[in-house]
Structures are given as C-alpha cells and as structure tokens.
Design a protein around this ligand. Structure first.
Ligand code: GDD
Length: 243
C-alpha cells in the first residue's frame, strides 16, 4: 500500500484523462490515483474504467450524479482517502495545467516538514503560460485581494495543485467547508493555516490546458470574491477555524 494518492476531479476531460493517468503511473514513485467524476456526458468515466483493468488496485473512480462543483468533489475524495489511511493526499487538475512531475516536489516538501505544500504560480514572479492576459491579471489580483482581506501570507491562494498530510484533512471539519468553486481552494488554505498547520509554497509553472475547456464561470468568480469577505467576517466573530 503506497503512502500517496492523487485526487483528480473531472468534468468532460475525455481529451486529457487517459494521457494523465498514464503519465501519473509512469512517475518514479508509486502513487495511487482517484478520479472523482461528476457524470461527464463526454464519456470520461468510461475511459477511466477501461484503464482500471490495466492499473488494477491503483486506479479508482468515484462517480457522482451531475456537476456538483470542484470543492465538493475534493471533499468527497478527501473522505475516501482518509478512510483508507493514505499519508499524502494530493489535488491536481486533469488537464496538464499542473505538471505531474511536480508531484514529487510537493511530496518532498511535506516529508521535509510542511503539513501542506502548494504548487504556487506566484512565488517567483508570475509563472503562467498560455493564459490570456485578462485571466492572468484576474488570478494574480485575486491572490493580492485574498492576502489583503484575510491577512493570509500566501502568494497563490486559489492554487489547485496541493499536497495535504492526512492529519490536516482529519483535523479540518470537512463537512463545514462552505464553498464549492475556486473559493473552496481559498477556504481550505485559510482553515489549514488557522488550525496552525505549516503551509509552504513551492514554485511551479502553470501551463494552461491545450485540450478541453475550463469550467471557470462568473458564478464561481462571484463566490470567491464575496466568500473571502464572508470568511474574514466569520473569523472576526471566532467562527474560524470551526473546521
Ligand atoms: N468532478 C468535478 N470536476 C470539476 C468540476 N469543475 C471543474 N472540475 C475539474 O477540476 C479541474 C480544474 O477545472 P478547470 O475548469 O480546468 O480549472 P481552471 O479554470 O483551469 O482553473 C485553474 O485555476 C483555478 C484558479 O486559479 C484553480 O482554483 C483551479 O484549481 C485550476 O487550477 C479539471 O480537472 C476539471 O475537469 C466539477 O464541478 N466537478
């Protein structure tokens, strides 16, 4: 039984998922991989199930009915992984915007003492490739905004490339995490830090997908914008970290 598992949420990732699964299992470390699919109409789960016989006992899929958001997919995955006692639990996108080779660096950071490691786009300048300037500016200033409102000293607060030690996910009350879109990423980091865990940022280069489409929407943006203020207010009234 390996100590590490990667959670990949998927919604319509048929162009990426097979290549991603093969890449993960070619890495020089024994990772398990859990796909959380939200009923992708493009057949993504069929591809995963076909590959399960090739990667028996290493590749898992949880299927949910309908698109329920990135955040709830990860919460579902975290619970699944905690129940099976993995020590290092990763978040990664399906679309190669995160380089799977960097999983080893995130894991090493946690072995070296971090409770959680963030694959950070903004630790050494702005390391984003292929995003339109409007998206780079939005993401970068979102991180500045989050730092300003929450006081959290994290350069890339919305990062979706993470390694959590199991004890973090066992401590955070996952059922109390409120947000479902990218605000989920901010809330998880905020709660982790409020619990006193050591979070460090490891520089990565984020390369936008070349296949499939982003699920970013104005609703997700609005949730993140307002959610940060709500988190701060709750924290003033000592509701954080309630988990
Ligand atoms: N199961 C499930 N998966 C989802 C859902 N929405 C998105 N995903 C999956 O979540 C991953 C990220 O979604 P994208 O739509 O590709 O994200 P992005 O716009 O490229 O956003 C990136 O930047 C965000 C903000 O900086 C990050 O928060 C995010 O993690 C990601 O790295 C992909 O694997 C996608 O299939 C959903 O509702 N359900």
């Amino acid at each position: 039984m390996p100590d590490s598992i990667i959670i990949i949420p998927t919604y319509n990732e048929k162009e990426n998922i097979e290549r991603m699964i093969r890449k993960v299992f070619s890495l020089p470390h024994d990772f398990h991989l859990l796909v959380i699919d939200d009923g992708s109409p493009d057949g993504t789960p069929l591809i995963v199930k076909r590959l399960q016989s090739e990667y028996e006992g290493r590749l898992f899929i949880e299927e949910r009915a309908g698109k329920q958001g990135l955040g709830t997919a990860y919460i579902h995955g975290f619970k699944w992984c905690i129940a099976r006692s993995y020590d290092y639990i990763f978040e990664m996108d399906a679309d190669f915007s995160h380089n799977p080779d960097d999983l080893l660096r995130l894991r090493q950071a946690c072995i070296d003492g971090a409770d959680s490691a963030i694959g950070s786009r903004y630790i050494n300048g702005v390391n984003v490739v292929n995003w339109p300037m409007s998206r780079v500016l939005m993401s970068y200033f979102a991180s500045v905004y989050v730092r300003f409102i929450t006081g959290m000293n994290i350069q890339d607060a919305t990062a979706g490339f993470m390694c959590y030690k199991r004890k973090v996910l066992e401590t955070v009350k996952l059922d109390k995490i409120k947000f479902v879109g990218y605000a989920f990423q901010i809330e998880m980091k905020y709660t982790t830090i409020k619990h006193g865990f050591k979070v460090i940022e490891i520089p990565i280069i984020f390369t936008d997908r070349t296949a499939g489409t982003s699920k970013m929407s104005t609703r997700i943006f609005r949730e993140a914008f307002l959610g940060v203020i709500q988190m701060k207010i709750n924290s003033i009234f000592r509701k954080y970290p309630e988990g």
